[in-house]
Design a protein around this ligand. Structure first.
Ligand code: F6R
Length: 616
């Protein structure tokens, strides 16, 4: 949440910073601001409420120019959405500017102390507290580095901070505390970049150094010096990031979400690349550091995640239990550590996260570590915190940057990652024969093509259905077994981008309450591929029709019965029952997208949401 960018070097800092913020706007879009410095012009601060385009318009009227600067896009936590609360924030002298991602948990106490010292506040944010603390410490120590170090030592919570002082015009100081905000430092030639997320700087460099918890970096045009907050020197070489910046651009698509939905066949091809040998019936997960002996010992897996990634965890439970016969429990990461879980020995934590920065998921990983349980992370963002702290290894999705706030391609990639992990565990534990593994792998290699088929065959129909139903005020999604999580996911997609209230329900539970909601205005999406529970789903569809509900069915190609009962039927190709969720979710993504479009909603940046949730 919140995006931060910093630049120092020969280029026009305003361009680099605003360009970087454009790539990070998915992290927050309540307001945006920049501070740029040039020796003649001094510190130039520009801020505005709302989308980044408002700041860009402001900069057209009142340009800012220089070779060092910082910028911020805000997801409001403390203080309303006003210009005064927009970052950067200044200290009383006006010589120090600060941007922050995260939350200062003890800010009221700190603010109280500053007020007692006569400091005047202009905003309601916790970040202004940091600016004043750095300002006061600077006037004692005469060093920005020392002032930031001293200030960070007094903060509680999780923060990523960048600070600049006009008296030290050749440096930016960045610091990180806790897990709430990543800090990526991009290494260029005679120029350096800072960002909370890599897409902001990948146009310029792929050599990235990540700050760890309780570290501070002094960044000049020629390089970076990293120390711990306690002052110990840290040597860390940059890692080279393979992502293609072109992939982070919208191209010919109207929205990132639309692009990412259509990228799914490519993403699913990439996740399989180099990881399977169909003929030999083998799965190679080289990034997994747990060997066969360790995998054989696993007695229970705890899948922890949030939102869409949690839905992937629910599917993973079915897949891993079926393939590898290991018990899987699925937890909301935000609940996990607070229930004081008894993990037991021979457990494995499976963290699932697109961003790898979700603070609750990171905290669940931390909980596992303190109980001596290894953590494996299914994660998309390369070099993210979850990837770095996963002691069982990160299992990368390789889906490329996902910018649309509503997760799509990362979700289907997570399902395939869980399948690969299930097969890998099965091989280690001997629960499947090689012939069975071969059969599963054959289904997997056919999957990207089948997703492409669904996109091709259902795109227009989903548009027509969106036209028919976009005025609905409620929607119900029903599924059973492995497609129950897809009912949840379909409902989440619809509500988060179109603001229509939608509920996902296990179809068999409908008669215990939700059936009361059904009338002839209610669209009811019934996910009913031809699997072991198909007949039961048919009965559930009959129950909805008997009460006048408008049934949109997701059915397997060749099904001639369901279409006679449903009002509308979308077909998916046949596949292995454990892989149907990868296909059934695709039309639900498209439907939500087209409904949101017709309602004039902001598809890529839905209200109140942010892509990386780095606060609790
Ligand atoms: C919904 C969505 C969110 C995320 C959740 C976890 O479309 O994207 O529900 O799935 O915030 O995010 P990650 O996967 O980054 O941990």
């Amino acid at each position: 949440m919140c995006g931060i960018v910093g630049y120092i070097g020969p280029r026009e800092a305003t361009e680099v910073v605003v360009g970087g913020l454009q790539r990070l706007e998915y992290r927050g879009y309540d307001s945006a601001g920049i501070a740029i410095f040039a020796p003649g012009a001094g510190l130039q601060l520009r801020r505005s409420v709302g989308k980044l385009s408002n700041l860009v318009a402001r900069l057209r009227e009142t340009p800012a120019s220089g070779n060092i600067g910082m910028g911020h896009t805000r997801w409001a936590t403390h203080g309303g959405v006003t210009e005064v609360n927009a970052h950067p924030h200044r200290d009383t002298s006006g010589e120090i500017v600060v941007i922050q991602n995260g939350i200062v948990e003890n800010y009221l106490e700190l603010k109280g102390r500053l007020l007692e010292q006569g400091v005047q506040f202009h905003s309601q944010t916790d970040t202004e507290v940091i600016a004043h603390m750095v300002g006061l410490a600077y006037h004692q120590t005469g060093s920005l580095e020392a002032a930031v170090r001293q200030t960070m030592g007094q903060l509680r919570g999780g923060n990523a901070v960048v600070a600049f002082c006009v008296r030290e015009p050749g440096r930016l100081v960045a610091a990180r505390l806790g897990n709430a905000g990543g800090v990526a430092i991009g290494v260029g030639e005679g120029e350096m970049f800072i960002a909370s997320d890599m897409p902001a700087i990948l146009d310029y460099t792929r050599d990235i150094i990540f700050l760890e918890d309780r570290e501070l970096a002094v960044v000049t045009a020629d390089g970076v010096q990293i120390t711990t907050l306690a002052g110990a020197a840290v040597q860390r070489a940059p890692i080279s990031v393979p992502w293609d910046p072109v992939a982070a651009a919208k191209g010919d698509y109207k929205h990132f979400m639309q692009k990412e939905i259509f990228e799914q066949p490519r993403a699913l091809t990439d996740i399989l690349r180099g990881r399977i040998d169909v003929e030999r019936g083998e799965v190679y997960l080289d990034d997994l550091t747990l060997d066969d002996a360790a995998l054989r010992k696993v007695e229970r897996i705890y899948a922890v995640a949030c939102g869409t990634a949690w839905h992937a965890g629910l599917v993973a439970k079915f897949v891993i239990e079926q393939l590898a016969r290991v018990r899987v429990e699925v937890d909301y990461a935000s609940e996990f550590r607070y229930r004081n879980p008894v993990l037991g020995k021979d457990a494995l934590l499976l963290a699932i996260s697109q961003s790898g920065e979700t603070v609750d998921t990171l905290a669940a990983m931390e909980e596992a570590r303190t109980q001596g349980v290894p953590a494996v992370a299914i994660v998309n963002a390369i070099g993210s915190q979850a990837a770095r702290v996963a002691d069982g290894g990160p299992l990368y999705l390789h889906a490329g940057p996902e910018i649309g706030v509503a997760s799509t391609k990362a979700f289907t990639s997570m399902l395939v990652a869980a399948y690969l992990l299930g097969l890998r565990l099965a091989a280690a534990r001997g629960t499947l024969t090689q012939a069975q593994v071969r059969e599963h792998l054959q289904h997997l290699v056919e999957l990207p093509g089948k997703v492409a088929e669904v996109l091709e065959s259902s795109a227009q129909q989903c548009e027509q259905l969106a036209e028919r139903f976009h005025h609905a005020t409620n929607a119900l999604y029903l599924g059973r077994q492995i497609n129950y999580p897809i009912a949840l996911e379909g409902a989440l997609k619809l509500k988060e981008i179109s603001y229509i209230h939608a509920e996902g329900y296990p179809a068999g539970e409908m008669k215990h309450g939700p059936v009361a909601l059904i009338d002839d205005t209610l669209p009811v999406v019934c996910i009913a591929p031809q699997d072991g529970i198909y007949e039961k789903m048919l009965s559930n569809v009959e129950q909805v029709k008997a009460r006048g509900g408008q049934v949109i069915a997701i059915a397997t190609v060749g099904d001639t019965v369901l279409p006679t009962k449903a009002d509308h039927t979308i077909f998916i190709p046949a596949t292995s029952p454990l892989l149907t969720p990868v296909l059934t979710v695709v039309p639900l993504q498209l439907f939500a997208y087209h409904v949101a479009l017709r309602r004039g909603a902001d598809v890529d940046q839905p209200r109140n949401l942010a892509k990386s949730v780095t606060v609790e």
